[in-house]
Design a protein around this ligand. Structure first.
Ligand code: S6P
Ligand code: ZN
Length: 187
């Protein structure tokens, strides 16, 4: 019987994906106006400062029921004012779709918010597995001094609703308070 090498490879230590069919997107400081509480501080930073990078393996067309996607996100260490570098965050477009995150390296926080705008967070350390239920917005912050890398697996028909977060934000922000992460409610 013939065997085929898989077309995708992932480093278990860094999450770096290699192979064919990998899509990549980078988010720099210039791409993230309005994301952080201290917008003047963001605007003063070098526009090409990398905040995070996503690699995604999407073997079936977007929206395919039953399909699964796989991806790695790497968030750089850093802060805008006293807020940690973080992802934009989103609900899924098909709102009941859930997702797994697994931290590979670094230290971080998964910030979750339900449809009642109740927020909570889970610490991310290498090997921690995080189940993100449906109807739950999710974003990750890097709370450490090294890049934070995590794997994600999500349904191909989940889609992304960035709009709700762009308009209303999360109800709380993960800030560095006395040198430690604290989830601080928005006023
Ligand atoms: C996709 C999954 C991740 C994020 C990535 C970046 O459902 O949750 O791959 O896309 O961590 O975050 P964001 O909020 O910019 O898409
Ligand atoms: Zn998601």
């Amino acid at each position: 019987m013939e065997t085929h090498a898989p077309s995708l490879h992932m480093s278990l230590s860094t999450g770096f994906l290699s192979g064919s069919g990998i899509e990549e997107v980078s988010r720099k400081i210039a791409d993230l106006p309005g994301l952080f509480a201290d917008e003047p501080a963001r605007a003063r930073m070098a526009p090409d400062t990398l905040v995070y990078r996503v690699q995604a393996f999407q073997p079936v067309p977007d929206g395919t029921p039953g399909g699964l996607y796989w991806g790695t996100t790497v968030i750089q260490p850093g802060q805008v004012g006293d807020e940690y570098f973080m992802t934009k965050g989103h609900f899924h477009k098909l709102a009941d779709r859930s997702e797994y995150y697994i931290a590979a390296s670094g230290e971080g926080a998964l910030i979750l918010m339900d449809t009642e705008r109740r927020a909570r967070w889970e610490p991310m350390t290498p090997g921690s597995v995080h189940y993100i239920p449906g109807h739950t917005a999710h974003r990750v912050a890097n709370t450490g001094r090294e890049p934070l890398s995590f794997f994600a697996c999500w349904p191909a028909d989940a889609g992304h609703d960035y709009d709700t977060i762009a308009r209303h934000g999360f109800s709380a922000r993960l800030l560095c308070v006395d040198g430690r992460p604290a989830l601080v409610e928005e006023k």
